[in-house]
Ligand binder design. Structure first.
Ligand code: ZN
Length: 423
């Protein structure tokens, strides 16, 4: 079965778990104790070292670029250009799960090992990639390593980013031994395939082993501050209040109601969430004077995403008047929706059919390095089911047979893409 890969995932799944514990089955998970390996930590170094060890064992030639992205390369038999890349990230969120990112990296290494076992002749070069700091749990922005690869962020900008402890990326890369000098470039990369856990409930609920990602949602954030008037909850008559939290509740209801309507009326895939709320002074007997809120809006259709964002901003104007509060907003840079390559999507579909695994085409609501890669390289993503749709949490899990299906499809896809003349 899947023993080599299983061992890689179980062993590295103990890194960053306190106490260090090998988890082999869902029942062994502790809802409080996930893995914590943000970029640049000792635990992140450990899993990087482990991956590099496996790459070298597999005969890959390993190079590290200036922002710590790792490339493990196997030359092609017919050309040294137009390589087929596959991988993901090894950093994690705080208290996350053991497959997020790691599956994409160790799955890609396993795919190369299986090709070697069969003496498969890869005409194009194969490259396993590990992207630095995908999660944003230590450094912002998210998708940092792949952003440098696609020239969205310069090497210097990236190296000067600071983590929550005030260390620069350059410092932590040096400490870990991952400040390389390889000039990573995508000019000679033809394809990218990332295997990842779905991080949502669709495949698990529908009992479909493989999702083929067609689009990755865009994300628009609105950070709002509502200023009302802080006052005594007992002595301030209802008609004389400027309650910032009541105004905030109208905004929360609006975002939720409109997103639901857009789904129903337009058949859109819009999601709108108010996930962050700080109430000041946050006392039971005080009319709230200030509320900070974070609104997250996503869709694979940019027009819908921007539509809900603009409608929300407009609703805020009405809410300001209604409650006599002041609302100021900040709009962080938007991530636009990304469409993945039809050629790779179809190739994953055909490959799954070749190995007899059922698939479903779907979109990704979560961000991935692949959305950056898709700007320069023909890119596709293979999703495997997340038990109960849980992710970024200690109970994140994917069943071993689903991991096996994912790697089977990945291996076949990489084989097919590595041929120069496609069948
Ligand atoms: Zn991930």
């Amino acid at each position: 079965m899947v023993d080599r890969l299983k061992e890689d995932l179980i062993e590295t799944g103990s890194f960053g778990r306190t106490p260090l514990k090998r988890i082999e089955r869902y029942e062994q998970l502790d809802p409080q104790k996930g893995v914590t390996r943000p970029a640049g930590t000792e635990e992140n170094r450990k899993i990087r070292d482990y991956a590099v060890g496996r790459m070298k064992e597999t005969g890959l030639s390993v190079k590290i670029d200036k922002v710590g992205n790792i490339f493990g390369r196997k030359e092609g038999s017919k050309t040294n250009k137009g390589s087929v890349m596959s991988g993901s990230h090894l950093d994690s969120v705080i208290n996350g799960g053991m497959f997020d990112g790691s599956l994409g990296v160790f799955g890609a290494i396993e795919a190369v090992r299986r090709m070697d076992d069969e003496s498969f002749d890869n005409e194009r070069p194969l490259e396993v990639v590990v992207f630095t700091a995908e999660e944003g749990s230590a450094f912002s922005p998210i998708l940092l390593g792949s952003s440098v690869l696609v020239d969205k962020l310069s090497v210097d900008e990236a190296l000067n980013r600071k983590n929550t402890r005030g260390q620069t990326l350059e410092e932590v890369l040096e400490n870990m031994g991952y400040k390389g000098d390889f000039e990573g470039s995508l000019d000679d990369v033809e394809y990218m395939v990332e295997t990842h856990i779905e991080q949502g409930p669709v495949l698990y609920r529908e009992k479909i082993p493989i999702g083929i990602v067609e689009n990755i949602s865009g994300v628009a954030w609105v950070m709002a501050t509502i200023l009302g008037e802080e006052n005594h909850a007992g002595t301030t008559p209802m008609r004389m209040r400027k309650d910032a939290l009541v105004a905030a509740s109208d905004i929360i209801s609006f975002v939720n109601k409109r997103a639901n309507e857009m789904v129903k009326e337009l058949g859109a895939s819009t999601v709108g969430t108010v996930g962050k709320l700080n109430v000041f002074p946050n006392g039971t007997n005080i009319v709230p004077g200030k509320v900070e809120m974070g609104i997250d809006i996503r869709d694979v259709v940019q027009k819908n995403m921007e539509g809900l964002k603009n409608e929300t901003l407009k609703a805020m104007k009405d809410i300001e008047k209604k409650y006599g509060v002041d609302i100021s907003t900040e709009l962080p840079p938007m991530h636009i929706p990304v469409k993945l390559s039809d050629e790779v999507v179809n190739m994953i579909d055909n490959s799954a059919r070749q190995v007899g695994v059922m698939t479903k085409r779907m979109n990704s609501g979560a961000g991935h390095d692949s959305q950056n890669m898709a700007e320069k390289v023909k890119t596709g993503m293979i999703f495997v089911p997340s038990v109960n749709g849980i992710s970024h949490a200690p109970l994140e899990w994917t069943n071993w047979e689903d991991i096996e299906n994912g790697v089977k499809v990945l291996t076949q896809t990489l084989k097919n893409l590595s041929r120069i003349a496609k069948r």
